[in-house]
Design a protein around this ligand. Structure first.
Ligand code: OAD
Length: 277
């Protein structure tokens, strides 16, 4: 390991250990080591597929069967993946801090660690349950800005349900329909051109504005409003720590950039981080 990297790691560890409140923003890169493809890098989904054909309300109106086929494929791929050392380190960090402060993970305005993700793969949720064991996983559950691959909702009335175990994509007539209003169900993810859920955004930005540190992991920092989250922390006097093997538009604003994979960096950055009050 280079001396530069060693220095960045030790500065990041200190900064995170000293911060009484931390907001964490993750992107596709944290799940790369679990085998989930990212969107924009080498092998990224948007290199082989067109978002306009698959991830917009217009695409669903045009060809709901094709859109469902793609999401059914992604569900089955992601279901085979497991949380990695990065997800588990973050979950343990959030649970340990919550235990130390007595904070409830359900209230992002008081939690000492608030986890916010752009990912729809459910791996933070699985890591939270794995790390919590028989305890309450709530402090380690993320605010999921872009929704979830594992929920469905009605394309007309919005009724949400857990995802069906299998979706028959053989014809439009076979696609799942809302039991309340009869319209087509769709995956409960946020598509390009759609608004994020207001309550989730408010809680995430509330936490970012009061955080002493924002830890940003595995995102290209190109998609808004998620990319504004660390800026909200900076504007309120906090610091940014970035973990990403590549430089991003955020790197120059970060107090520390750890240019490593999440699964290597996070266990080292976050281990044994009791609160120094
Ligand atoms: P991207 O694919 O744009 O960026 C992934 C980032 O992860 C890149 O900066 C990589 O350098 C980094 N990375 C790759 N492997 C890594 C590893 N092992 N550890 C840490 N970092 C690693 O994904 P996002 O920024 O998450 O939105 O994309 C944001 C949004 O764009 C997604 O939520 C999705 C997409 O279109 C919607 O679908 C609405």
């Amino acid at each position: 390991m280079s001396r530069d990297l060693q220095g960045e790691i030790s500065r990041a560890r200190d900064l995170l250990a000293r911060a009484k409140s931390v907001v964490v923003l993750t992107g596709a890169g944290i799940s790369a080591e679990s085998g989930v493809p990212t969107f924009r890098g080498e092998g990224g989904l948007w290199k082989s597929f067109r978002a306009d054909d698959l991830a917009t309300p217009q695409a669903f109106a045009r060809d709901p069967r094709l859109v469902w086929e793609w999401y059914a494929w992604r569900r089955s791929e992601v279901s085979r993946c497991l949380p990695n050392a990065g997800h588990l380190a973050l979950a343990s960090f959030a649970l340990e801090r919550a235990a130390a402060t007595g904070a409830s993970g359900g209230d992002a305005s008081t939690a000492s660690v608030t986890l916010v993700t752009q990912n729809v793969d459910g791996l933070h949720e699985r890591a939270a349950r794995d790390a919590a064991g028989t305890s309450d996983p709530a402090p380690a559950l993320p605010l999921a800005l872009h929704g979830s691959l594992f929920r469905d909702r009605c394309s007309r009335c919005g009724r949400a349900t857990p995802a069906l175990a299998t979706v028959d994509t053989s014809s439009v007539d076979a696609l799942p329909r809302c039991q309340r209003c009869g319209a087509l169900m769709r995956p409960a993810v946020v598509w390009f051109g759609e608004a994020l859920e207001a309550g989730v955004v408010a809680r995430a930005f509330g936490a970012a504005r009061t955080a002493e540190a924002c830890l940003v992991v595995g995102t290209s920092s190109l998609v808004y409003p998620a990319a504004s989250l660390p800026i909200a922390t900076l504007e309120h006097g906090g610091s940014v720590v970035e973990v990403n093997p590549e430089a991003t538009p955020l790197s120059d604003l970060a107090a520390v950039s750890v240019m490593q994979k999440a699964g290597d960096a996070l266990p080292v950055l976050l281990s044994g981080k009791g609160l120094r009050v």
